[in-house]
Ligand binder design. Sequence first.
Ligand code: NAP
Length: 277
Amino acid sequence: MTATHTVALPSGVLVPALGQGTWHMGEDPARRSEEMDALRAGLDFGLTLIDTAEMYGDGGAESLVGAAISGRRDEVFLISKVLPSHADHDGVRAACHESLRRLGTDHIDLYLLHWPGSVPLAETIGGFDSLVSDGAIGSWGVSNFDVGDLAALPAGTTPQTDQILYNLSRRGPEVDLLPECRRRSMPVMAYSPIEQGRLLGSTVLREVAAAHRATPAQVALAWVLRDDPMIAIPKAATRDHVRENAAALDLRLTADDLATLDRAFPAPDHKVPLDML
Ligand code: NAP
């Protein structure tokens, strides 16, 4: 099967709603070939949005991604992230060029500030804008920005997404952050959508999955993607996990399923500061 669900970024660019994460990939040489195979299988299944970061494996994940997409760069919507400690104007530019070198490409499609730091946002965005002018990045966005962080963005600037921790067990963003992103017409990108595997043992998730002849991972992903516009980036380092995750796009949760999951994983009724992993 091929993933076809897409989400429009503020720029108008359409990206797959389900992509591939890469945290903890590229760290163990013994796993390299399996990880490359998983990423390439993901491309075959339509999961052509790949998320990485200079931080992951100290550049090891970017190098792995570069090898995995070699010869297939045109199929991929490539995302990487700059550390806040590199987020001054020249630091952003230098970090980006290091990422490009590791990724073996001349452009990153979407470049994110990994989390809010101490460099004034106007300076970081100035660096991003200069990279856009050079063609080194297609666009920029943010990650781990709560409502107050978004409010601190200079007027008139438009991040393409806010990449945040969001899954069944982390529903705090529903109180104010998701509505704020909707108000800004900015799709959210949910990271750790299966809570790094910790959700998979849930009895309720297993029961909902069994009723659909699906798996708990597929239910967790279908739940994250239940409302537009949302992007999810599960990390899977085996071909079987990637295949299973891609098939989550075919799973439609019923109103009864959603009510069952709401009871087991209730959304908070008050502001919860954005969590970060
Ligand atoms: P995740 O995607 O929720 O979970 C990954 C874990 O789930 C891995 O152990 C993986 O195992 C397992 N898994 C994946 N598919 C599975 C399946 N179908 N069945 C059973 N197990 C499955 O957690 P994550 O890696 O933290 O988050 C995803 C991505 O989001 C990251 O890789 C990264 O790109 C991004 N992220 C961004 C931030 C940020 O600050 N912006 C923070 C965290 C994550 P295998 O590896 O063995 O397949």
